[in-house]
Design a protein around this ligand. Structure first.
Ligand code: FVT
Ligand code: MG
Length: 330
C-alpha cells in the first residue's frame, strides 16, 4: 500500500501544479468553423433545430470568415444549401463553375487568402432525392457513376481555389479517383480531407434541415454507404484504404459518441485526424444550455477538450467561433 507516500491529490492542490501536469490544451488553432451557404444578398436564415446557427449569403460569409481570421481559427468548412431550383436527379449544379460554392470560394479567397477553405464533396444538397450519390431504378446509390460526379465536383471546387476538398459521401474508391483527377489537372496542392469513418448516424438530423435535404430524403436512409454505428474494426479498414488512396487527412464523424473510434484511428495510423462535432451534438448542448440545465461554455469546452484527449488534431464544430472567444477570454 503506497498511501500516504503517493497522494494523487497533491498535484491537483494548486492551480500552478494542475497547469504543469495538464496533458492537452485546446487552442483556437484546433478549430474549424462550419458554415451553411445560401444564394442571395444580405440573407441570414436561422436553422430552427440549431439555435444560433444561420445560413448565410456571401456577404455574411465574408463577415464570418473575418471573424475566424481575427480569432485565429485556421479554416472554414463550407456546406451549400442551394435553392430547390438548383436540385436535380444528376446533381449537375454541384460542378457548375458559376455555382454557389464556386462563387463563394472565389469571394472568400480574394478577401481572406490566409483562411483555409474546406469544401464538402457529396451530392445530397444537389439531388432531388437527398441521397449523397446517383441512384438506380431501385433507389440504390450507384458507386462508380457517383464517383465520376464527385470528381467533377472536386475539380470545380479546386479550380475556384478550395484548399481542401472533403468527400463526405462514403463511396468506395473516390479518394484515389479524385486524387488522380486533381493531379492530372495540375491541382497538386489541393488537399483531400477524407470523411473515412462516417457513420449512418441519427445525429445528422438538424444538418439535413439546414441544407434542405431532409424533406427530399423523406423516409430514406444512408445505410448502404455510411457505416454501421456498431462497428469500429471496419472504421480502421476504411481509414487504411483512404490513406492508401492519397488522403491528406482523415475524419471520424460524428464526434462525442465515437471517441473510441477516434482514438483507435489516431493510434493505428498517426495521420492528421479530424473529428466532426455534428449538428445533433450541437443541438443537444444548445437545448440543455437554453433550458438552464447545463453551463454552455463549460460543457462545450469540455467536449472539445475531450476530442483532443482522444487524439483529434482538428475539430469541425458549429461552436468554433464561440469557443475561440471563450478561450481568448479565459
Ligand atoms: N456531410 C455532413 C453531414 O452529413 C452532417 C453533418 C452534421 O450533422 O453536422
Ligand atoms: Mg471508404
Amino acid at each position: 500500500m503506497n498511501f500516504p507516500a503517493i497522494r494523487m491529490r497533491r498535484m491537483r492542490r494548486d492551480t500552478f501544479s494542475r497547469a504543469l501536469m495538464r496533458e492537452h490544451t485546446l487552442l483556437p488553432t484546433d478549430l474549424i468553423m462550419v458554415a451553411f451557404v445560401i444564394e442571395g444578398e444580405g440573407k441570414r436564415e436561422p436553422v430552427p433545430s440549431m439555435p444560433g446557427v444561420e445560413r448565410l449569403s456571401i456577404d455574411g460569409l465574408l463577415e464570418l470568415a473575418g471573424e475566424c481570421v481575427r480569432l485565429g481559427i485556421p479554416a472554414l468548412a463550407l456546406f451549400p444549401s442551394p435553392d430547390a431550383s438548383a436540385k436535380s436527379e444528376d446533381a449537375a449544379e454541384a460542378w457548375n463553375p458559376q455555382g454557389l460554392m464556386q462563387r463563394v470560394t472565389r469571394a472568400l479567397k480574394a478577401k481572406y487568402p490566409e483562411l483555409g477553405l474546406i469544401g464538402d464533396v457529396a451530392l445530397d444538397p444537389y439531388t432531388t432525392h437527398g441521397q449523397d450519390g446517383l441512384i438506380d431504378e431501385n433507389g440504390y446509390v450507384m458507386n462508380e457513376p457517383t464517383v465520376e460526379a464527385l470528381i467533377k465536383m472536386s475539380l470545380a471546387q479546386a479550380e475556384a481555389g478550395m484548399d481542401f476538398v472533403a468527400p463526405s459521401d462514403m463511396m468506395d474508391g473516390r479518394i484515389g479517383a479524385i486524387r488522380e483527377a486533381l493531379e492530372n489537372a495540375g491541382h497538386i496542392h489541393t488537399r483531400i480531407l477524407a470523411y473515412s469513418a462516417k457513420y449512418a448516424s441519427s445525429f445528422y438530423g438538424p444538418f439535413r434541415d439546414a441544407v434542405g435535404s431532409s424533406a427530399n430524403l423523406g423516409k430514406g436512409n444512408k445505410h448502404t454507404y455510411q457505416m454501421d454505428v456498431a462497428n469500429s474494426d471496419e472504421a480502421l479498414r476504411e481509414v487504411e484504404l483512404d490513406i492508401a488512396e492519397g488522403a491528406d487527412a482523415v475524419m471520424v464523424k460524428p464526434g462525442l459518441p465515437y471517441l473510441d473510434v477516434l482514438r483507435r484511428v489516431k493510434d493505428a495510423f498517426g495521420m492528421p485526424t479530424f473529428v466532426y462535432q455534428v449538428s445533433g451534438e450541437y443541438a443537444m448542448l444548445k437545448a440543455a444550455a437554453q433550458n438552464g440545465w447545463l453551463n454552455e461554455r463549460a460543457v462545450v469546452l469540455e467536449t472539445l477538450t475531450a476530442f483532443k484527449r482522444a487524439g483529434a488534431d482538428a475539430i469541425l464544430t458549429y461552436y468554433a467561433i464561440d469557443a475561440a472567444r471563450w478561450l481568448r477570454e479565459a
